[in-house]
Ligand binder design. Structure first.
Ligand code: GLU
Length: 461
């Protein structure tokens, strides 16, 4: 087992940890060096367990401290954003941009606006993003950022003023060849439009490629909004095809009711699946016979106008059933809400009721214990860095579109997205196959790690 493997380097000398012999002692060193980052440590440990044997096969990478260097972000920006609301009250928010790695291309990754945001969350997301970007095969680095600003209940004018204030602080640190932010939680085309407008006012003539996920009218690409959710289902289809199954009539539980969840549900319904759930802070909407396109539209409209699932449950023939959908006995589970939303009891319930596939629309939605349950039970779990990489892939196409000065059609984007997901799935299977079983976590981590490690080695110290 990788747990016992040794890493042939002397370890994190700068932490005085001494010789690192096992993953556990390596992780202890990481925790000692920077405590208070539990999410980052969780993400790092998952990758360490996957790549340990690969590191063992490349002693030179140990000498070059490739893994330690890949774990540590290149740069962390933390800044304050002051803004004024419609009543004239002054607010002050904390904001960050964590530039994790630009080994493979410009720093790339989303911005999230949410009051509970903190440095730990962004450290883990930026690290994951570097591996996700590497897995796409596109020239992309990894970064993540955002702010404690809560856009809920704010007017358009307030969101605009906040975006302008935020960008006035960030503008000097990003650029089409340096760092290309996009959307994430609560940051969509509207916010990116305002951010782009603010950027252009301070960097005239800099071109459109500094942000992705922009409104189409401002140089955005078709299908970017749908890309993460659609890409998730394209990957699920690949994984099912790999074991001679398909999605028609399969019972699918989706958590979340944001951009990823709604578009994943839409595409799954299109593919004939029975999508029985969505969830938000008001609870889980259960529609026993499955949502159809028309009911999903009603949910979408309700969410867009600021309502909760609870408010639309009766309207779409469903009822509210607790906080998560994992006890509803789905064949396929799509956690699309947020990190660590699916715990060990949820995983156990899913395994017991016969779930055989979990695909992560969110980043790291399963706790480490839940991951262990799926692993031991032989449930295929497609990690977020593979399954939700459709979003950042289409961001890559948007960068290409902006550089080419030629718009891509919707069909072209959709075909390129399908190709990209198929290619990522195939490379993951290549590195993750163990006998008749595919360890998708290992496959994705190793595929991404090989690309990053080779780049790091070739670029010298
Ligand atoms: N925030 C998205 C993600 O988690 C997209 C990032 C991007 O398009 O740069 O992958």
């Amino acid at each position: 087992m990788p747990r016992q493997a040794t890493l042939p380097v002397s370890g994190l000398d700068h932490t005085n940890v001494g010789t690192v012999r096992t993953i556990d002692s390596f992780m202890d060193g990481l925790r000692d060096r920077e405590p208070h980052l539990p999410l980052f440590h969780q993400a790092a440990e998952a990758v360490a367990r996957s790549v340990w044997p690969t590191l063992h096969q490349h002693p030179a990478w140990g000498e070059l401290r490739i893994f330690e260097r890949l774990l540590d972000p290149d740069r962390e920006l933390r800044f304050r954003v002051d803004w004024v609301d419609d009543e004239g009250a002054v607010h002050t928010e904390t904001a960050w941009r964590i530039q994790h790695s630009d080994l493979l291309g410009p720093y790339k990754g989303g911005l999230r606006f949410t009051p509970r945001l903190n440095r730990d969350t962004l450290r883990f997301l930026a690290f994951e993003q570097s591996f996700k970007g590497a897995l796409t095969g596109l020239p992309q680095g990894g970064a993540k950022g955002g702010s404690t600003f809560d856009p809920h209940g704010r007017s358009d004018a307030e969101v605009m003023r906040f975006c302008q204030a935020f960008m006035s602080r960030l503008a000097d640190h990003i650029g089409a060849h340096l760092d290309v932010p996009a959307g994430d939680m609560n940051v969509g085309a509207r916010e990116l439009g305002y951010l782009f407008g603010a950027y252009r006012r301070v960097h005239a003539g800099a071109g459109r490629g500094v942000l992705t996920g922009k409104p189409i009218a401002s140089g955005g690409i078709e299908l970017r909004t749908e890309a993460t959710g659609y890409g998730l289902i394209y990957t699920v289809l690949e994984a099912l095809r790999h074991r001679d199954e398909d999605l028609a009539d399969r019972v699918v539980a989706v958590s979340g009711a944001g951009n990823v969840a709604l578009h994943a549900a839409e595409k799954a319904i299109e593919e004939g699946a029975v999508v029985i759930s969505l969830s938000d802070t008001s609870g889980t909407l259960h529609v026993k016979e499955g949502l159809d396109a028309e009911r999903l539209d009603r949910v979408r409209d309700a969410k867009a106008s600021g309502n909760h699932l609870r408010d639309v449950a009766g309207d779409v023939g469903g009822r509210m059933v607790g906080t998560t959908p994992w006890h509803l006995e789905p064949a396929i589970a799509l956690p699309c809400a947020m990190q660590n939303e699916l715990g060990v009891e949820d995983a156990t319930a899913l395994v017991k009721s016969g779930c055989t596939l979990v695909a992560e629309g969110a980043n790291m939605p399963c706790t480490a214990e839940a991951v262990g349950v799926f692993h031991e039970s032989g449930v295929a779990r497609l990690p977020g860095k593979l399954a939700n990489a459709g979003g950042v892939s289409v961001s890559g196409f948007e960068m290409a579109q902006n550089a080419q000065l030629v718009p891509w059609t919707r069909d072209r984007v959709d075909e390129a997205l399908r190709d990209r997901m198929r290619d990522m799935h195939a490379r993951t299977v290549e590195h993750g196959t163990e006998g008749s079983h595919v360890d998708y976590e290992r496959g994705a981590n190793v595929t991404a790690f090989l690309r990053l490690a080779q780049a790091m080695e070739s670029q010298g110290v």
